[in-house]
Structure formats: C-alpha cells, structure tokens
Design a protein around this ligand. Sequence first.
Ligand SMILES: [Zn+2]
Length: 210
Amino acid sequence: MVLEAAQQLLAKGLVVGVSGNVSMRLACGGLLAITPSQRFYDELGPEDIVVIDFEAEPVAGELPPSVESLLHIEVYRRRPEINAVIHSHSPFASTLAVIGLEIPPILEDQVIYLGGEIKLAPSPPPGTEDLSQQVLAALEGRNAALMANHGAVVLGLNLKEAIAACQLLEKTAQAYLWALSLGKVTTLSQEAIARGKAIFALRHHPPDAP
Ligand SMILES: [Zn+2]
C-alpha cells in the first residue's frame, strides 16, 4: 500500500525523482512502513519498503528508511488518529513555501479536510528533531503544513485520505496563488470556518458509539 501510494504521488506530479516520502502506521501498533531513502519511486518494489519501530530501528527491509523518519514517527506518537503521513514537494505548495506565505481559510473543503488555515513551519535541516518539532507545531489541529523553502506535509486517517489531502493542499495553494496574482483574496466567513472545523473535528474524533 505504501508503494502504491508513492507511485500515485509520482503519477500525480506531487513528488519527483527521489523526493518526498510516504508512511503508514501498521495495525499491530508501534511500527510503521515507510519509503526508503534516496530511491527513485518508479524503481521501487514491495521489498524496498522499510518497516521501522517508533525508535527508528529497522524491523524489516534491507534499505535505509527515509531521512524524514523522525518526523513521521513523531506524528504517529502525537496524533493517535492519524494512520498515514506524506511529505510532498508539489509545485504550488512549494511556491508558497518559497514565498514564505501561509494559506488563510479560503475554501470550504480546505477547512473540512485539512483543518483550516495552512501554517508555514520553518525548515531546519531534514531529519532533525528540531524539524519534527517545528512541523508538528504547525500541524497542531490540522492535517497539512508547509515547510519553508522545502515542501509540505499532509496527514490522513488512512493512505487514501492522505493522498487526497495532498491533492487538496495543492489545489488550495494554486487557488491562493491565482487569487493573489489577480489582486483579490476573500477568506471564508467566521460561520463557514466554524462549521468546517466542527466537521473536521468530528471526522477525527467521532463521539463514542452508545
Ligand atoms: Zn523533502
């Protein structure tokens, strides 16, 4: 599934070459499957996907795991409802990350599925504890964040949702850039933001069944 997701990201133009990484929390708990470091997505086979524990120790697979493994682990530790993480380098999100702009709440689906405004995290060197902490702070209560001069991170309840979130972030970034370039940005009303955030919260923390 991680391999399939990585290849879909490549096909959709959300990553190129060896950039970005994809992971999924494994149902057995305390483990994740993640793409390997510095390998071309179109040459990956199922045996190249690496399984590591929450200490980043290898459990299965021959290749070294993604350099961003610490970030993925930290998300799974802090967000128990999240089961898939994607780090993408998609063009429009990357453009905003270069300009250094956050995305205000401008579209209803952005708020419902990504949680609201998209914050921009500073980007310390890849793979560092500092980077994980900065990105996790920007993801607080949300499923997407931009990484300055680098790319983006999106989360999902499962891999399918994480890929959809990746595409939604890219669409939102594109709409924002077009709106900025045409000189007028209208943000959602407070009511629409509150309604969207309520749906986001309900999807991520459904009330216990009676
Ligand atoms: Zn990257």
